[in-house]
Design a protein around this ligand. Structure first.
Ligand code: HAS
Length: 549
């Protein structure tokens, strides 16, 4: 009986839901650490119990940037694939559970050592800062665990194509495969850094580490990491939002093409995080900056597609003119409102990314808190508001409950609170960055410095924003608990849109995996081989490790 109350089978629901528990626990821990950070940076508050600023900054970055995202995304993609391509087999599900538990063990291990202050190395774990080897082993387990879940996503997609010859694959499942192909290729970089550099070094098997190699391997992974967060939001915008507004998918092929372009161009661009680093030939930095501008194109295609979807639906409802659709959208439905506000945030967030990527401007903003402002608009506003918008219906749909009108009202309040908090915090970060405010710096590090007076008001504004965001997090967590355990039993729709009349035929070449993976690998080899050989051949002596506490 309960089975009929869900859009996907109970077994698949449980699997997806297991990911959500970890994701929302991480939200609680990470956002609390975030609040403490902004309070410390305001200069008006000392961290209690001798906790170090960099220790909580590590907690914040790891729990939100690595744990919350990875678990939410995998849970969402598994659920969506089960909904669109069909239920997983027992063996597929077993493999996913295996990956899940490996990730959970990895998270527990890494968390223990961060809490013991033995892994205060921030979420990017830049060498030569050294953590306890258990931290690196923990993160490696998270990565390898996620590979198993990725294999499940590939297998389910391949099975759909095998069982339905001649049929087009479901768009959601196609997008999930792209995201995981990108993830598997990108995480090879971080896995190599872990296995060949960090773990032997932290175990004392080697005395020194090649810093530039480790940073290069990290950013080979780090940029696609941010698209690994973004693509599930795009999946929701392309496949779910049209259904929520009562419309249709504008173009299936445009959606697939934009995902393919994101796959091709998101990996060979890591140098744009290393533009100020010596030891990399400027030509290769230039090349990767050009590729970075290419990866902007699929986001502009996505913006175009969203406008088209809104306008088409608006016109169906009688709207006229370019922006007539604005009056016709379901503003009181938070399943639409939260992701839409996320889209709005992506306009300044994306513009900030383009500023970062522009070499000369990067010299001004690099290592300032402007960059922190940028990724709070992109990751913490655009992506998170979309994820919250999904959670409102996804959680009850997985637990066999209803998303009630009361919960919808609280969701709207949450969206407003989150946006106001983010406007204060991220806005102040951008401004402070432009006047040279450093990122990742405790107030206690530079108190009394001549610049502190100029930065002061911005840091107070960040603390106000951080406090408002903390309230937003509490509301979200309350909603999560309510929708998981207390909302009335019933069936909540898992909305998936159909293609509209404008969609047209989808060319078969878009499903040619050999071609797209081949081009991806070729681009990576082109962008990285020569500079990487150069970095190794001209390496200075390795660096011994140090600890930040
Ligand atoms: Fe970034 C640093 C460049 C996107 C996250 N980025 C970071 C870091 C993070 C991050 C976490 O080139 C810090 C890493 C660290 O710890 O050091 N970023 C870019 C570029 C883009 C970009 C070119 N970033 C993201 C996304 C992220 C993210 C997405 C997370 C989810 N970023 C950089 C660079 C750095 C960097 C440098 C290094 C800086 C340094 O020096 O350290 C692009 O992908 C952005 C393209 C986006 C657009 C916007 C399209 C708009 C859309 C919305 C449409 C709205 C609608 C509604 C439809 C062009 C799709 C409209 C309705 C109306 C009514 C108007």
């Amino acid at each position: 009986m309960i089975k009929s109350m869900r859009n996907i089978s109970i077994k698949d629901s449980r699997l997806a839901m297991a990911h959500m528990y970890v994701a929302f626990a991480a939200l609680f821990v990470g956002a609390t650490a975030g609040l403490l950070q902004t309070l410390e940076r305001s200069g008006k508050f000392n961290l209690p119990g001798g906790i170090g600023y960099y220790q909580i900054l590590t907690v914040h970055g790891v729990t939100l940037g690595l744990v919350l995202t990875t678990f939410f995304i995998l849970g969402f993609m598994l659920a969506g694939q089960s909904r669109t391509a069909g239920e997983f087999t027992n063996s597929e599900r077993k493999m996913a559970w295996f990956g899940y538990w490996m990730m959970v063990i990895g998270v527990i291990l890494a968390t223990i050592f961060i809490l013991l202050n033995e892994a205060t190395v921030l979420y990017t774990f830049y060498a030569p800062m050294m953590a306890h080897s258990a931290f690196y082993i923990g993160l490696t387990l998270v990565v390898v665990g996620s590979w198993f879940e990725g294999f499940v996503i590939f297998r389910r997609h391949a099975r759909f194509l095998r069982e339905n010859p001649g049929e087009k694959s479901p768009l959601f499942s196609f997008m999930a495969v792209i995201n995981m192909v990108m993830w598997q290729i990108a995480t090879l970089g971080v896995a190599a850094a872990m296995l060949l550099q960090f773990i032997p070094w932290s175990l004392g098997m080697t005395d020194t580490i090649d810093v530039l190699v480790s940073r290069t391997l990290f950013w080979y992974f780090g940029h696609p990491l941010v698209y690994f967060w973004l693509l599930p939001a795009y999946m929701a915008w392309y496949t779910i939002i049209p259904k929520i507004i009562g419309g249709k998918i504008f173009s299936d092929s445009l959606a697939r093409l934009s995902f393919i372009l994101l796959l091709l161009f998101s990996i060979p661009v890591g140098f744009h995080h290393q533009l100020t680093e010596p030891g990399i030939d400027p030509f290769w930095k230039y090349l990767q900056v050009v590729l970075t501008f290419l990866v902007v194109i699929p986001s502009l295609m996505t913006a175009f597609s969203m406008f088209a979807t809104f306008e088409a639906r608006g016109r169906e409802l009688g709207a006229k003119g370019l922006f007539g659709w604005v009056k016709k959208m379901p503003w009181k439905d938070v399943r639409f409102l939260a992701p839409f506000v996320g889209m709005l945030w992506f306009i300044p967030g994306g513009a900030g990314g383009i500023i970062n990527a522009s070499n000369q401007m990067n010299q001004v903003v690099h290592n300032t808190i402007f960059v922190t402002g940028h990724f709070h608009l992109t990751a913490a506003a655009t992506v998170m508001l979309t994820f919250f918008g999904l959670a409102y219906w996804l959680i009850p749909s997985l637990t066999g409950r209803k998303f009630t009108a009361k919960a919808n009202k609280w969701g709207i309040i949450q969206t407003i609170v989150w946006s106001v908090g983010m406007a204060f915090m991220s806005g102040a970060m951008h401004w402070q960055g432009l006047i040279g405010g450093p990122r990742r710096s405790a107030y206690s590090e530079y108190a009394g410095n001549a610049d502190t007076a100029a930065w002061g008001p911005y840091q107070i504004a960040q603390a106000i924003g951080g406090s408002i965001l903390f309230i937003g997090m509490i509301i979200m967590l309350g909603l999560f608990v309510y929708l998981t355990f207390f909302a009335p039993k019933g069936e909540e729709e898992f909305p998936i849109a159909e293609e509209g009349p404008t969609s047209g035929e989808t060319p078969a070449v878009l499903e040619n995996w050999k071609l797209w993976i081949g081009v991806t690998v070729a681009l990576i080899l082109f962008a990285y081989t020569i500079p990487f050989i150069d970095i190794i051949q001209n390496a200075p002596p390795g660096s011994p490790g140090f600890k930040l506490y």
